[in-house]
Each structure stands twice: as C-alpha cells, then as structure tokens.
Design a protein. Structure first.
Ligand code: FPP
Length: 249
C-alpha cells in the first residue's frame, strides 16, 4: 500500500474523475440489499474527498448517477435519489466549513425537483470556496452532453451569434456542462470494469485511466494515493515522442 509520503505533491493531477462502481456487488457479498452498498459508498466519497484535499487536488468529479441509471429497478432509483438529497443536505455545512465548492454536471433539469433544489442551494452556499471543487455528475451522459452542446452551437450560429470559423475545440468546451472545469488528467474506475460508460468522452481525450478491482465501498484514501502514485510514474506524451518531452525539439 502506498502512503502519502511517496507522492510527489508538486506533480499531482489538478483534476481526478471517478466512476464509483461495485456498490451492488459489495452489498450482495454482505448479504445486503443494493441500496446498503450505495449508503456505505457515501463513506468512501467522504474519505476520497479528504484524501484529494490532502494531496492538493483542485477538482474531484464523481459519477453519482448516469442517465442510464434511470433504467434500474424503481426502488433502487428512488433510494439513490433519496440518498443524494439526504447526503447533499446533510453534508453541505461541513463541505462549506472545509472549503469545498460544490458543482454539478449533467442534465440537472431532468432530476426530481427536490433533488434539483437541494443541489442548487448547496452549490449557491459553497460557491465562494476555493480549497477543492467537488463536481457531482448527476443525470449525466456524455453523448447527451455533446449532442446538447451541438444543438446550442447550432442555435447560436443560426441566430448569428457565432460564425462558422469561431467553432473551435475551445468554443465547444464552453458549451459543455463541464465549461470552466479543466479536463481530468486521471480517471479512476473501481470494481474491475474496464469501460468508460458514457462518462466525459470529450474531456478524457488525453486522460490517464486507472482501473482497480476494489469495489467502491472498500475504496479508501490509500487507494486514491495508489492511483495517483501510478499516474505519477507514467509518461504523458500527448502524441509526442519521448525525447521531445525532455528537450525543446
Ligand atoms: C455504481 O455501483 C454506483 C452508483 C450507480 C451510485 C453511486 C452513488 C453513490 C456512492 C452515492 C454518492 C453520493 C454522493 C452525494 C456523491 P453499482 O450499483 O453499479 O454496483 P454493481 O456494478 O456492483 O451493481
């Protein structure tokens, strides 16, 4: 297990994104209902947020509810929404006191009204904080986000607000729900699944992926350190050759 002292604090990623997976399997292993796994998963969220702050990570994005998750059994969807509302409401003061700014990405308008209002209140309450930004992906689907951006660009083009030559990668960024949030350098997925599952497809063009067998409720600070340590020992080339990174070719 990697301890924190092994990590070079001058080279930590600015933004880590996590696909929190394996709550259901973890619960089943304990002979419990799936929702129990999600509840215990909130403890891992607390741990990882603390760990990320200690490493000086500035953005932590968590895939909390995908658009596809609506297709789960009704009681699981309702339980998850209830958990989200309760967690956001119950944690907002502590998040604020520890300098956390809350943001969300995804189709927020498609969430139940009580979830939207709790979320908006927490975002407003914490908006001046600068220690770390916790981004919750809620009702998030990357393909939806990209199509939605394309529609908005088309509308602005048709209204004469933007010209064709102004449509660049940077402009596209600004139409996504992640506008203003830097791309993640590291994306972690727990539970042994090696897929991106419609998460940050555009934003992860140069992201390093880290897959671990650990189920989300078992994921603790030390596992985050391990992922960051692994990331720090990789060479990020951005399409260049190795020699170019170490010289001015
Ligand atoms: C994936 O495990 C997990 C989810 C779909 C939900 C994750 C949500 C939480 C941990 C609550 C987070 C709360 C806040 C406020 C951030 P799974 O159910 O797909 O597990 P399985 O693959 O083993 O079935």
């Amino acid at each position: 297990m990697i301890d924190r002292t092994k990590i070079d604090l001058s080279k930590t990623p600015k933004h880590i994104a996590i696909i929190m997976d394996g709550n259901g399997r973890w619960a089943k292993k304990q002979g419990e209902m799936r929702l129990f796994g999600h509840n215990v998963g909130v403890e891992s969220v607390r741990e990882v947020l603390k760990g990320a702050k200690e490493l000086g990570i500035k953005y932590l994005t968590l895939y909390a509810f995908s658009t596809e998750n609506w297709n789960r059994p009704k009681e699981e969807v309702e339980g998850l929404m209830d958990l989200l509302v309760r967690t956001i409401a119950g944690e907002v003061q502590e998040l604020h006191d520890s300098g956390v700014r809350l943001q969300s990405i995804g189709d927020v308008e498609g969430l139940p009204v009580n979830c939207q209002s709790e979320l908006m209140a927490a975002i407003e309450h914490t908006k001046e904080n600068t220690e770390i930004t916790l981004v919750l992906a809620l009702n998030y689907s990357s393909k939806w986000e990209i199509v939605n951006a394309a529609k908005k660009i088309a509308a602005d083009f048709a209204a004469g607000k933007i010209a064709e030559q102004e449509i660049t990668s940077e402009l596209f960024d600004s139409y996504l729900t992640t506008a203003g949030i830097p791309d993640p350098e590291l994306l972690i997925r727990t539970s042994g699944e090696c897929r991106i599952s419609n998460f940050l497809l555009w934003q992860s063009a140069y992201t390093e992926f880290y897959f671990t067998e650990i189920l989300w409720p078992d994921f603790k600070k030390e596992h985050l350190y391990e992922a960051v340590y692994d990331y720090q020992n990789r060479e990020r080339r951005f399409g260049l050759v190795s020699e170019q990174l170490n010289s001015n070719i």
